[in-house]
Design a protein around this ligand. Structure first.
Ligand code: HEM
Length: 105
């Protein structure tokens, strides 16, 4: 469903801006109450009860990593977002290697 071009424009491209205001997925309902476009936490009565807590923590965690550190690709490496299947999960085909620099001067 998350990869269906009938549901998502250009589904395999990494476009987080689609969730911003004026993006195709702005205001999208993750709980599946109004619509189901992807369901990372399941949907319906058995949906993950930890989803609010998880989103809160993920936003806090990612925001702080970007706020506190400058991220640079290791020299000679490139960011490759392609994936491969490993057992039952999808992982990065080429693991992302980055150097983090504290923004504190
Ligand atoms: C990014 C983090 C998480 C993801 C992606 C996730 C995803 C899921 C999914 C897909 C299900 C199955 C829903 C279904 O059967 O329809 C589930 C169930 C469940 N999750 Fe999570 N979850 C996350 C974090 C958490 C956390 C932090 C907690 C607890 C604090 C939690 C507690 C549970 C429980 C208890 C169930 C079983 C619900 C039931 O069967 O009634 N999850 N989760």
């Amino acid at each position: 469903m998350g990869r269906d071009p009938k549901i998502w424009e250009d589904p395999l491209t990494f476009k987080p801006e689609r969730f911003l205001e004026n993006g195709e997925a702005h205001g999208f309902d993750m709980t599946g109450t109004r619509e189901i476009k992807m369901m990372p936490f399941g949907a319906g009565r058995r949906m993950c009860p930890g989803y609010g807590l998880s989103l809160l923590h993920l936003e806090y965690y990612v925001a702080n990593l970007v706020w506190k550190f400058e991220w640079k690709c290791v020299e000679g490496e490139e960011v490759d977002l392609s994936e491969k299947q490993q057992f039952i999960t999808m992982v990065m085909k080429t693991p992302f290697k980055a150097n983090m620099y504290s923004r504190k001067k």
